[in-house]
Design a binder for this molecule. Structure first.
Ligand SMILES: NC(=O)c1ccc[n+]([C@@H]2O[C@H](COP(=O)([O-])OP(=O)(O)OC[C@H]3O[C@@H](n4cnc5c(N)ncnc54)[C@H](O)[C@@H]3O)[C@@H](O)[C@H]2O)c1
Length: 258
């Protein structure tokens, strides 16, 4: 899928990985619709208003995402050629806490609701729009890039809700690919390792930080959202033969016991 001149939606685009992905797509000449729950990310797109639409919306809401898609069409025309689903939350909590109490079900549900159901909600609503669009070369109509996490395979203690939600994002890649192949829509997922974003900076314990870094092979540092993650997003959009796959970007890290 060509990036230049096409329209892409980036959820969670007001911060971290989503912000870098949105900025990369803009640099490459796309129109970008940033969907985020928080309005403060809007300031990162000052001066780019011609090619950016910032929509404050919740990815778990049908009504708000339908409205965001309508606004996209009003500003940039009916062809939405891609969606990059970076909207997500970190949820921490062990199945049974140190106080002996089972994890609160609402805490577990929160991770599943935002990371898995929110991602699916955006995909299904964008897909319904994409199938109506004119196909491009080789019948391609659109591409979806969903953000899982290496926690889908290497979930650590305290990550039960998060890992389950990211496992869901990874597992729906293939059935979604199969459902949408006949419309020329590709679906891929990225499973990032540890990137330097506001989310990963929530790890406050120096011991845990050092332990995490020690589990990265080479280069043993945090990944760069700008220069590493965003380049992979652009590649997956541009390379038509990438489909139905979950790509780890983690410098060889295999997260183990903390
Ligand atoms: N940073 C990492 O190391 C890392 C590693 C693996 C996976 N990920 C995943 O990458 C994605 C982006 O993470 P990040 O590190 O950039 O985090 P971040 O906190 O910097 O950005 C996440 C963005 O998603 C938005 N968001 C949260 N809930 C939303 C909702 N209901 N509707 C709309 N927007 C919502 C937030 O407002 C925020 O702007 C997440 O799905 C995260 O799980 C991050």
């Amino acid at each position: 899928m060509k990036i230049k001149g096409n329209t892409f939606i980036v959820t969670g685009g007001g911060s971290g990985l989503g912000l870098s992905a949105a900025q990369e797509l803009l640099r490459l000449g796309a129109n970008v619709v940033v969907i985020d729950l928080k309005n403060d990310g809007k300031s990162f797109f000052k001066g780019q208003e011609k090619n950016v639409l910032f929509v404050t919306a919740d990815i778990t809401s049908e009504k708000e995402i339908v409205k965001a898609i309508q606004q996209t069409i009003e500003k940039f025309g009916e062809n939405i050629r891609g969606v990059v689903n970076c909207g997500g939350v970190m949820v921490i909590g062990k199945i049974v806490g140190s106080d002996g109490k089972p994890l609160d079900l609402d805490t577990f549900k929160f991770g599943i609701n935002v990371n898995l159901i929110g991602t699916f909600n955006v995909c299904r609503l964008v897909a319904a729009q994409m199938i109506k669009q004119k196909p491009l070369e080789e019948g391609e109509r659109g591409v979806m890039v969903n953000i899982s996490s290496i926690a889908y395979q290497d979930g650590q203690a305290g990550q039960i809700s998060y890992a389950a939600s990211k496992g869901g994002v990874a597992s729906m890649t293939l059935p979604m690919t199969r459902d949408l192949a006949k419309f020329g829509i590709r679906v891929v997922a990225i499973a990032p390792g540890i990137f330097g974003t506001p989310m990963s900076l929530t790890v406050k314990s120096e011991r845990v930080r050092q332990k995490l870094l020690s589990q990265i092979e080479y280069p043993a540092r945090l990944g760069k959202s700008d220069g590493e993650f965003n380049k992979l997003v652009a590649h997956l959009i541009e390379n038509t033969y990438m489909n139905g796959v979950v790509v780890r970007i983690d410098a060889g890290a295999k997260l183990g016991k903390l």
